[in-house]
Design a protein around this ligand. Structure first.
Ligand code: 2AM
Length: 178
C-alpha cells in the first residue's frame, strides 16, 4: 500500500517566501521540502491502483496558469488544527483540480467528498486547541501576505511516508500543463 496525493509544488522563490512567513508560527511547522498545494489526497492505495491513477493523470490536458497566494488562514474553528497560506481565487486551478479528481475516481480511487479548499499547510497545531490564541494572532498579523503570481507549469504524484518526526514526501511522477 502506498499513501499518495497529487499536488503542485511552488517554485523556489515562493517556497522562500513561505519559509519567511512561517517564522514565529506556533505548532509543528512544515519543513520547506514539504510545502505544497494538494489537488487530491488519494489515501492508502495498492500499487496497482497507483499505476492506474498515474495513467489517468497522464491523460489530463490542461493549460498552465498563474497562481497567487493571498493571506493566512486557520482550519478547525474554535480548535484550530492547521495554519495555512491561502490561495487567491483561480478558475484554472479549480478546473485542474476537478480533472485530477475525475481522473483519480475514474481509476477507481475513492476520494473524500468534502469540497476542495486550496491551501498550503504552514504548521499543524496542538489538537486540544492550546495554540488557539497564538494561531489567531499569527494569522491576523499576516493577513496582508501576498506571493506571486507565479506560473504553474506542472503537477505531481507524491508518496507520503509517515515517520515519528513527521511525513516525508517523494515525488513519483510529474505531469506537464500545456
Ligand atoms: P493538509 O496539509 O491540509 O493536511 C498529504 O498528506 C497532503 O494531502 C496534505 O497536503 C494534506 O492536507 C492532504 N490531505 C487531504 N486530506 C487528507 C487526509 N484525510 N489525510 C492526510 N492528508 C490529507
Amino acid at each position: 500500500m502506498i499513501r499518495a496525493f497529487v499536488a503542485i509544488r511552488p517554485p523556489g522563490e515562493v517556497i522562500d517566501r513561505l519559509v519567511g512567513l512561517q517564522a514565529g508560527a506556533p505548532g509543528r511547522v512544515s519543513p520547506p521540502e514539504n510545502l505544497h498545494l494538494t489537488l487530491a489526497f488519494l489515501g492508502e492505495i495498492p500499487t496497482r491502483l497507483l499505476e492506474d491513477a498515474d495513467a489517468a493523470l497522464g491523460q489530463i490536458k490542461a493549460p498552465g496558469f498563474a497562481l497567487t497566494l493571498d493571506g493566512v488562514g486557520l482550519f478547525g474553528g474554535s480548535k484550530p488544527r492547521l495554519i495555512y497560506a491561502d490561495v487567491a481565487p483561480c478558475p484554472a486551478l479549480t478546473a485542474l483540480q476537478a480533472k485530477v479528481a475525475q481522473a483519480a475516481r475514474g481509476a477507481g480511487i475513492e476520494l473524500e467528498a468534502r469540497r476542495y479548499s486550496p491551501h498550503i499547510t504552514l504548521a499543524r497545531l496542538d489538537k486540544r486547541g492550546a495554540d488557539r490564541k497564538r494561531a489567531e494572532r499569527f494569522a491576523a498579523d499576516r493577513a496582508a501576505f501576498l506571493a506571486g503570481p507565479f506560473e504553474v507549469t506542472e503537477f505531481g504524484l507524491y508518496r507520503s511516508t509517515l515517520h515519528a518526526h513527521g511525513p516525508v514526501y517523494d515525488r513519483l511522477k510529474a505531469y506537464a500543463l500545456t
